[in-house]
Design a protein around this ligand. Structure first.
Ligand SMILES: [Zn+2]
Length: 377
């Protein structure tokens, strides 16, 4: 009863009324959440009905918001639905977020994901995150504010400091997605939202849940706050919302305004690279090669090239631990997708390391093309 009253008083904002937003909105309505805000500007498309189960065949061509509101009220007429028929942007996010207690990320693109994260950090609201790609999903609660019961949790940027290179990660529309998977992940988000509101159980803060639908395996990765995080760390460089299209479109350096356009000739793609196939054949041939992994320790736990002698020095520590590296040695640097490692290669070359190369596509490319049993994240 106590919990039910808390749910009734709760105001939850769901960004997106698509694959993740559909089960979320339906179950939150059924659970009795008092106010449900929904942000979406799209219309219902027949090709999405297999995963956007709040929309029916007869809704094709209608605004998703109108369709979603109708179903929510069909489930529970007492829910107040607040509709935001707009694209979430840096200009409107904080204003939209301000009336809500919890924000749920039901989007499918990186610029909006970083925007939601940053707006949540700046406004002190928890970000119930979920994402899906093909047969794999993820969920966590990011940017959980400090309370009497818990310390502030890590944010999305603590875990993914850099967006993937543009074009490397296809959207759901391009990459395809198992229609059931957003249902599974969306319900994990709904569960976490209800737990946050009612204070029940152990929230998914500081933990990233990884769902592999094909193997039907759930794994968990411990997350920690990155003290150097540009938005929630100790020395913050991002204090207001930025241009997220540019941040993601131009890759890693674009998010920091002070560096946005300088030195285009040292952009990562001008750096010497090696493919994962080349690396594998050199390692198999026992060539004298040093593999440097510049990811964070929690990423290393998931998958690594430790069997090939890879050494872990997180990007933020490379400068102060530079003496552990031999400038005469042939070094191949890798991270998750190749963005952070490119920066490290650039840095090491400026320090006089001549035989240093970036592993194109990072350990994700290795998992895709060399070792398909390697877990991805
Ligand atoms: Zn952070």
């Amino acid at each position: 009863m106590q919990g039910q009253l808390k749910l009734k008083a709760a105001r939850v904002l769901c960004v997106g009324a698509g694959g993740l937003g559909s089960p979320l909105a339906m179950y939150l309505a059924a659970a009795g959440v008092g106010t449900l805000g929904i942000v979406d500007f799209d219309v219902v498309d027949a090709s999405n009905l297999h995963r956007q189960v709040i929309h029916f065949t007869q809704d094709v061509g209608r605004p998703k918001l109108a369709s979603a509101e109708e179903k929510v009220h069909g489930i529970n007429p007492n829910v107040t639905v607040r509709k935001f028929e707009t694209r979430l942007t840096s200009a409107n996010a904080l204003e939209i977020f301000k009336d809500f207690h919890v924000v749920v990320d039901g989007t499918d693109n990186f610029p909006t994901r970083y925007l939601i994260n940053d707006a949540c950090v700046l406004s002190g609201k928890p970000n119930v995150y979920g994402s899906i790609f093909r047969f794999e999903g993820q969920a966590s609660i990011f940017a959980a504010p400090k309370t009497t019961a818990q310390e502030a949790g890590p944010c999305y940027r603590c875990v993914y400091p850099e967006p993937p290179p543009p074009g490397m990660v296809p959207s759901c529309a391009e990459g395809g997605v198992l229609g059931i998977l957003p249902g599974l992940v969306g319900l994990i988000q709904a569960t976490e939202t209800i737990k946050l509101i009612t204070g029940l159980g152990e929230p998914l803060i500081g933990r990233l849940l990884l769902v592999d639908a094909l193997a039907m395996r759930f794994r968990e990765m411990k997350l920690r706050k990155n003290p150097d995080c540009p938005i929630c760390g100790t020395n913050r460089t991002i204090t207001k919302l930025i241009d997220y299209e540019r941040f993601c479109g131009l890759g890693a350096t674009a998010g920091r305004p002070e560096k946005s356009t300088e030195k285009p000739d040292t952009m990562p793609n001008a750096l010497p690279e090696m493919t994962v196939e080349e690396l594998k054949s050199k390692l198999d041939a026992k060539e004298n090669l040093f593999v440097l992994d510049v990811r964070e320790p929690h990423e290393y736990q998931i998958c690594n090239l430790g069997d090939y002698g890879a050494k872990l020095i997180p990007m933020g520590d490379v400068q102060k631990r530079q003496q552990e590296l031999d400038p005469e040695q042939h070094i191949v640097v890798h991270c998750r997708s190749g963005v952070r490692s490119a920066k490290v290669v650039d840095f090491l070359r400026q320090q006089g390391f001549e035989k240093v190369q970036n592993l194109a596509g990072g350990i994700l490319a290795w998992a895709d093309r060399i070792d398909k049993t390697m877990p991805k994240y």
